[in-house]
Design a protein around this ligand. Sequence first.
Ligand code: ZN
Length: 167
Amino acid sequence: MSDLGEIVKKSIKEKGLPLIEEAKTKLPLYVSVRELPLRFQFGTAKIQKFFEGLKEGKVYMTQCKKCGEKFFPPQADCPKCRESDMDWIPLRGEGELLTCTMIIVKPSTYAHYDNYVVAIAQMKEGVKVLAWLKIDDPRKIKPKMKVRLTTVEREPEGFITYGFVPI
Ligand SMILES: [Zn+2]
């Protein structure tokens, strides 16, 4: 049971209702006593090339053939000119660190991972990429440091994703 679950239990015991105070606004909040595990899903038919690329060790962005707008994560449709004619461009992987943060207090679904660094880097191709930065000692992180975007295996699940490593 989560901390929130404990708070709700306490509230029911004291007030007979699962009413709590919202942390920021202090307004009353009704909290369902049921905890719902959710598994996020989305269709990949139009961006399948991205996942095939990951299997081949490539990280793709898309670029609208009409207006030149670049997208990462890749999009199959350009929201600017409503075209679906995209170039698929593999990122060479060279980027410059813009910002990052180390996650120590994790969402419950990420609790099984060691502390991790979430970073945003400016890639040479002109897109910004958000990904985990794998670094043995976070004290080595410097502003504007060069990072490489690469495919990585996320343990313990073992699925292929992408991430940064220092250059
Ligand atoms: Zn466009």
